[in-house]
Design a protein around this ligand. Sequence first.
Ligand SMILES: Nc1nc2c(ncn2[C@@H]2O[C@H](COP(=O)(O)OP(=O)(O)O)[C@@H](O)[C@H]2O)c(=O)[nH]1
Ligand SMILES: [Mg+2]
Length: 483
Amino acid sequence: MLSKKSPPNKGQDRSTALSASGMASDTIAAIATAAGKGGIGIVRISGPGAQDIAHLLFRKRSGQQPATFQPQFLYHGFIQDPRTDRVLDEVLLVLMRGPHSYTREDVVEIQSHGGPQTLKAILSAVLHNGARLAEPGEFTRRAFLNGRIDLSQAEAVADIINARSEEALRLAVAQLQGGLTSKVQDIIDAITHLIAEIEAGLEFPDDDLEILETRSFQQALDEKIIPAVQQLIDSYQKGHFLRNGIRIVLAGRPNVGKSSLLNQLVGVERVIVTPIPGTTRDTVDAASMIGHLSAVFTDTAGIHQTDDPIEIIGIRRSEESIQDADLVFFLVDATQPFNPEDCLVFRKLQPKRVIIVVNKIDLVDSPLSFNVPHIFKEVPIVKVCATSGEGIQALKGFTLEMFSDNGFGATNDIPLSDARHKQCLDETLEHLIRAREAFEKRVPEDLISSDLQHAAEALKKVTGAQIATDVLDVIFEKFCIGK
Ligand SMILES: Nc1nc2c(ncn2[C@@H]2O[C@H](COP(=O)(O)OP(=O)(O)O)[C@@H](O)[C@H]2O)c(=O)[nH]1
Ligand SMILES: [Mg+2]
């Protein structure tokens, strides 16, 4: 029999080394700003000892310690290392008292000048006076464990920092604002509602609550819950490319113009171009934008039969990067008909998405007369001149069409973009379909209820309402230190 308890709220079911209050008992610190020189830099401290550390290190211009730090006020003064009495820098300091802070703990931020030596010295003083160095993502992990944000929002923080394009940033901010959370929560609520109905039917079998006789159960699954899950799963492809960009590999036999095309696509002379076949021996990556999508183009060594040991290594690398590609530009030379070497290359591209790029159209009288062998009939073709840039816009436009429409649009359209979330949704769908089948076979209600329970649990892993500590470790170790 299933319990009739409602699903755990945010912040429950999360295990870590906590004090009796549920908060972490130690104080962490890190440089929160990027490595290198900057106008200002920030050392961030979070935990029960944050205020004490501020008292130990901070002096007003008069040399005095403030009696107390009023929260959310900026204090102007100096950081003095108590070990040496040396003044480390002139700073601004702010205290944010928990729960009104990023981590919901007491947080102190010290804004100093942004030189790496200054920041290192201040951090060292902080660490000597009661804090320990934060692990990557530990501030955000605490924000999650203390219930300020859910897991999908915590993951959005990393996505914001790592965003490669404006569109990827918009997607991450929408996720931080809870766009995905509310969608997922609506589905969890709908499933929980069904479970409750079944439970009621089981507990009061004499009442007119025979759930399996009603159409509402079937309707809720078929018309509401399953389509909502399916829609999120379907959005993953688009969300994935918005978030991660696309990897496009330029492949073809030697001298067809791969390196020239790469230079044209990124707008700079990134790689060497010569009339000598075999100029490119290694793979070279170059990043650029195609509309609102970020893209990484990879130039490769020409694929053909050769005994040259260096070329053989290069060709192996070409093949490896093809494996990782989201799309391959398969270059052929407009001045020469397809030959067996082109076919050799094409075979290596399967089963990747391919666009045939017919290059050097400036050298033929009629680019339209170019003949495409039957085996390539299904593959889209774009004709370009890599040296002048003719056709490049068409090639980019075609690529954009293949990978997304016009970005993700309104916040409520937020697509799934994280592979972990996709996996949770796939799992949810599997359990829902099982519940649907069980319903049709008229199996006992408690078994259907159990399938639905599993579906809800899989969904709760998205927001982290039910998540194992080792999964959290994997998620947060991808963060930078100080976040
Ligand atoms: N006329 C003309 N020459 C081109 C074009 N693209 C490349 N080439 C020339 O073809 C030769 C080989 O180009 P490259 O980019 O090194 O080919 P790769 O071996 O496939 O990388 C160079 O001499 C280029 O200048 C084109 O569109 N038109
Ligand atoms: Mg080349």
